[in-house]
Design a protein around this ligand. Structure first.
Ligand code: SF4
Length: 419
């Protein structure tokens, strides 16, 4: 058994006995935010690449124009009619977010092909999914206020490593660019992550969604050596006491900092994911969060809205339209206003869902629980069936037929409540 695997058997409390690192400006390897003229040149190269891909994909000049217009319309919907103003270059690779592969990579070509396929089918094979979210364990040391996994937390009913690998291989045969391993706390099942990366790591990009608890430097180095691309670390408040209270864990904030430091040292890309509760939607809270993440040198931040699922089920947590409007204004400000050009890139799925509809529900993505049940997304928890019991295509089709219950044709249903 490797040293890392044996360290995995350490309990969280033992890990916590290690001395804490005092970290202020944390990262060294998270790269640069590209803006201005440099980015304009890269954007031009990207458009030429897109044109070239279109020419190679469709024989008819009529489709060349149609496909180009379709992609421009898609870009406008995604970016709110604006041009890309920021991208981050990390380890020589450029990304505008964590859910699309690096620009000019073969993965990015596949991503473009999959979008073109929605315009008009071609003879090129395309990925069935842009991304898959997959819980690999129910174990977790925390008790977060917003946990969508609450009903299953620490339930021992989980797929074996062999079953997880078989399931991922089946999905990879259909094509998937990004696989996000979550939980529970995925780091509490290091052996499963190792086996998944060893056996499936080359076909898709793998990321971990983690609270950060347990991401020691040994684990970070080991995961990087097995091909993990990055970690999405949850941070729900810029003040230590508030974050710890939200997560019901006295060292939660310390672990966020340590996990960022260790991931960065190992060469993993770091993104921060924040749940924007009503309290977090005050101006000074959001700017506090963004200032802190910027000071740490992390280049991607994801904003998620609270949903009445799991631990929040039955609570009035869904943000009112006035708050959504404010978040959308901040999203545009941080991503497109020149004054904010040095701030991290914000990824805010709610912005796109309210314009393009939801990409989950079997359309471009699904969520799979730690015991192999398929759901539309982590928050919409209707069970569409178990992966190894039915042909996956039946599960996807059933889900697609129902569609997203909240974002219908890009409109946020005001009557929405999770059941
Ligand atoms: S939200 Fe994540 S870290 Fe928090 S209790 Fe749930 S699974 Fe654990």
């Amino acid at each position: 058994m490797s040293q890392v695997m044996s360290s995995d058997t350490m309990t969280i409390s033992k890990i916590e006995e290690e001395s804490w690192v005092d970290v202020t400006h944390i990262t060294q390897n998270q790269g640069l935010i590209l803006t201005g003229f440099k980015l304009q040149i890269i954007r031009l190269r990207l458009q030429l690449r897109l044109l070239w891909t279109i020419l190679k994909t469709y024989p008819s000049p009529l489709d060349w124009m149609g496909a180009f217009r379709y992609m421009m319309k898609l870009r406008k919907e995604i970016l709110g009619g604006k041009k890309i103003k920021k991208a981050a270059m990390i380890n020589g690779l450029i990304r505008m977010g964590i859910y699309t592969p690096p620009w000019f990579s073969s993965g990015f070509n596949q991503f473009i092909q999959a979008q073109l396929y929605d315009y008009k089918q071609s003879s090129h094979s395309v990925n069935r999914f842009t991304m898959i979210f997959m819980a690999i364990t129910n174990k977790c040391a925390m008790k977060c206020d917003h946990c969508y996994h609450w009903d299953e937390l620490n339930n021992p009913n989980e797929l074996s490593n062999r079953e997880l690998v078989a399931m991922i291989k089946t999905i990879q045969k259909q094509g998937v660019g990004h696989i996000q391993l979550s939980g529970g706390e995925p780091l509490m099942r290091m052996d499963a992550i190792e086996e998944i990366l060893q056996q499936c790591g080359k076909e898709s990009e793998f990321w971990l969604a983690t609270s950060g608890v347990g991401l020691t430097i040994d684990k970070a180095n080991h995961l990087k050596s097995l091909g993990l691309v990055g970690v999405i670390i949850s941070l729900d408040h810029f003040e230590e006491a508030e974050h710890n209270q939200f997560r019901h864990h006295p060292k939660a904030f310390q672990w966020v900092k340590r996990a960022i430091l260790n991931a960065d040292k190992a060469g993993l890309i770091v993104a921060i994911s924040s749940c924007l509760t009503e309290a977090m939607t005050k101006d000074d809270s959001i700017s506090g969060l963004m200032d802190l993440v910027r000071s740490w040198g992390v280049n991607y931040v994801q904003w998620l809205e609270p949903m009445d699922a799991g631990h929040y089920k039955g609570q009035e947590v869904i943000l009112p339209p006035t708050k959504i409007k404010k978040i959308e204004e901040w999203y545009l400000r941080y991503n497109f206003h020149p004054e904010y050009k040095e701030y991290p890139i914000v990824m805010y799925p709610g912005y796109h869902q309210r314009r393009m509809g939801c990409m989950f529900s079997g359309k471009k993505s699904v969520y799979i629980t730690a015991n192999g049940h398929v759901q539309a997304c982590p928050f919409c928890q209707d069970d569409f069936g178990k992966f190894d019991v039915e042909a996956p295509e039946n599960l996807w089709n059933r889900m697609k037929a129902k569609g997203c219950v909240r974002f219908i044709n890009g409109q946020d249903s005001s009557t929405f409540r999770l059941v």
